[in-house]
Design a protein around this ligand. Structure first.
Ligand code: BES
Ligand code: ZN
Length: 618
């Protein structure tokens, strides 16, 4: 049987009625370890891995990782079978701690989950060592040629584990429901540095061999590796930046507040538990804005705007050091527990550092995104607690998890007040640190630690188990945005030059609001007028550029297309690519153009992005 019974039982309970879960039942299921992640084929409940050691050589010529992984588990165990996840890996042999060969076999290949990889243990086997290599199909890995990097002289590679890609570079029990410690030895070519979500080097090693250790237990999707011609520079005593040498100073300058962000975050919700906090700024193919790999956030270079205007992304990834990395969603159905809490925490960090005016602009942009996106989502994808059975967990990455999750927590804050909310969250992180959690456990915890105590009756079930945005969703007001929107009207009745003075002190976010609110029927002459005065088509700010390009496609404003092509070829961040290609595919003429551009661009994208765009352009 592919999916565990309890998953089905859970689904049954919630489809029958929205408020019929029983505390008793859930506690029983949790304590009996019956909550199963449906996106792993492994036996992580029966025989969980405790520690993994990687010994890998990075082969840029053949674009593969080659070596071994050793998994340790508890010696007293009830089974002789260790079952792992694997996808597109070539397994050579498997031995135990004594060097005895172990038999293994693969289950049928599943397009979504890969293959079940079962290893037969001897009674006395204390660990397994798997000798293997990755293949060209390994989805986690992005291999870049020198010309795809900033320096153009050295190749580059990085991994992306979340959500179910770690199994494509490490045979492992690939589920967020498991926590392991890990160590690694990585061998690189000359002039290269390897960094991981672990203790990291700060200079290149002449012997081209790097050792790593992650002492805190983490879920396997957070194991990460990047190798390139990297250099490090400190920001403060516990924070710093890795980047290619030609970009390093610029990146450090952009991220100069990251030390303060850690301080502020600690003041809000407790001690930072991961020792150092560093950021690596990757080449532009990186498919996400950021990825919260512990100790070392992976970030897109598109946040390097020159004016520090996009650093909320760092606040977000840092906040995951609590929500996500300390307290982890036990299954991808509970993804909102990672992301909704993180957006809430992110905006609290931004408020502390830059003021409420600023963080409210972020919240309002988030709300607008939510309202826009929700119409395109099927009702079953509008719930905070999802059922991703049979679907790719990455499809849960919608504004429901992020923004509906955020507004749910903000609604709680509105009711109980900030002080109670903060002590609740502080306690929540503390009580669940280095643990995993499902939505139902969270609800019980919420009731016992916040709602019952203050006798609050809120529509929790509606928020979590029903589609749409509940009526008690907090309203966000931003005077700066109201002003920006009124200038859209001014512009429509005059010209762009008349806006110059009034917009002189605008932040990126006011511009975003302005561009978003340009009327749909705006004509090419008006866009040209705006472009001549504000030069949007050549903006150095990726968020402004992407929004401007979207408007330009809608209005077929041709002068922007030259730079749009350059953007699409260079940048691999899916959040930008998806809406642009989607808009392009709406007209026949644009779709033909888009397919031509995509031919040149596809090689510059990570699997996550080209898989999305492949489907979109069929
Ligand atoms: N953990 C996510 C990225 C992710 C989610 C990867 C799901 C794979 C599957 C990360 O923390 C994130 O949310 N990144 C956002 C930025 C953020 C500021 C909203 C992104 O990349 O856009
Ligand atoms: Zn996130």
């Amino acid at each position: 049987m592919k999916y565990h019974l309890s998953t089905l039982v859970f689904l049954g309970i919630y489809t029958m009625s929205s408020c019929s879960y029983s505390e008793e039942n859930i506690k029983k299921e949790v304590s009996n370890h019956l909550i199963m992640d449906s996106h792993t084929l492994s036996n992580y409940k029966e025989l969980p891995i405790k520690h993994s050691h990687l010994d890998l050589e990075v082969d840029f010529e053949n674009k593969l990782l080659r070596g071994s992984v050793t998994h340790n588990f508890n010696e007293d165990r009830d089974t002789d079978l260790l079952i792992l996840d694997s996808k597109h890996l070539e397994i050579d042999s498997v031995k135990d701690h004594q060097g005895d060969h172990l038999n293994f076999e693969f289950g049928n290949f599943d397009e979504l989950l890969g293959s079940k990889f079962s290893i037969q243990l001897y009674k006395e086997s204390k660990s397994v060592t798997i000798f293997y290599k990755t293949t060209s199909k390994s989805e986690a890995l992005d291999w870049l040629m020198p010309n795809q990097t900033a320096g153009k002289r050295f190749p580059f590679m990085y991994t992306q584990g979340q959500s179910i890609f770690t199994r494509s570079w490490i045979p492992i029990q690939d589920t967020p429901g498991l926590r392991i410690t890990y160590s690694a030895n990585i061998k690189t070519p000359k002039n290269m540095m390897a960094v991981m979500s672990a203790s990291n080097p700060q200079v290149q090693h002449s012997e081209n061999s790097y050792n790593f250790e992650m002492k805190q237990p983490i879920p396997p999707y957070l194991i990460a590796l990047a190798v390139g011609n990297l250099q490090f520079k400190s920001v403060d005593y516990r924070t710093g930046v890795y980047a290619e040498p030609s970009m390093l100073d610029e990146c450090v300058d952009e991220l100069t507040d990251m030390g303060k962000m850690v301080d502020v975050a600690e003041n809000l919700y407790g001690k930072y538990d991961w020792d150092r906090y560093d950021v690596i700024v990757l080449p532009p193919s990186f498919p996400f804005g950021g990825m919260e790999n512990p100790r070392l956030t992976f970030a897109t270079p598109t946040i390097i705007a020159g004016d520090r205007s996009l650093v909320s992304l760092i606040a977000h990834e840092l906040a995951h050091s609590w929500s996500g990395n300390l307290v982890t969603n036990a299954t991808w159905n509970d993804f909102w527990l990672n992301e909704g809490f993180t957006v809430y925490f992110e905006r609290r960090i931004m408020e502390s550092l830059y003021g409420k005016d600023y963080s409210e602009m972020l919240a309002l942009l988030g709300y607008q995104d939510l309202v826009e996106e929700i119409n395109d989502l099927e009702p079953d994808m509008q719930l905070l607690r999802l059922n991703m059975l049979g679907k790719h967990p990455d499809d849960a990455m919608t504004d429901i998890a992020y923004e509906k999750g955020y507004f749910f927590l903000r609604m709680l804050e509105d009711h109980v007040g900030r002080e109670k909310m903060d002590s609740f969250l502080l306690r929540y992180f503390n009580d669940h640190k280095f643990k995993t959690i499902i939505t139902e456990e969270f609800i019980i915890y919420l009731e016992n630690n916040l709602l019952n105590e203050y006798n609050e009756k809120l529509n929790i079930n509606e928020w979590i188990f029903e589609p749409g945005i509940p009526a008690n969703c907090p309203k966000v007001k931003s005077v700066r945005f109201e002003n920006a929107a009124s200038l859209v009207d001014d512009f429509m009745f005059s010209d762009a030059r008349s806006l110059k003075e009034k917009t002189a002190n605008w932040s990126t976010h006011e511009w975003l609001h302005f561009i978003k609110h340009l009327p749909n029927n705006i004509n090419v002459d008006q866009l040209r007028d705006l472009d001549n005065v504000f030069n949007f088509s050549h903006s150095g700010n990726s968020e402004i550029l992407a929004l401007w390009f979207l408007q330009s496609i809608k209005s077929d404003y041709q002068p922007a297309f030259e730079n749009l092509e350059i953007f699409l070829i260079k940048i691999g961040r899916r959040k930008f690519l998806q809406p642009l290609y989607l808009e392009l595919s709406k007209s026949k003429k644009h779709k033909i153009w888009a397919k031509e551009v995509y031919k040149k661009a596809r090689d510059n994208y990570h699997y996550v992005s080209f898989n999305t765009i492949d489907k979109l352009l069929n």
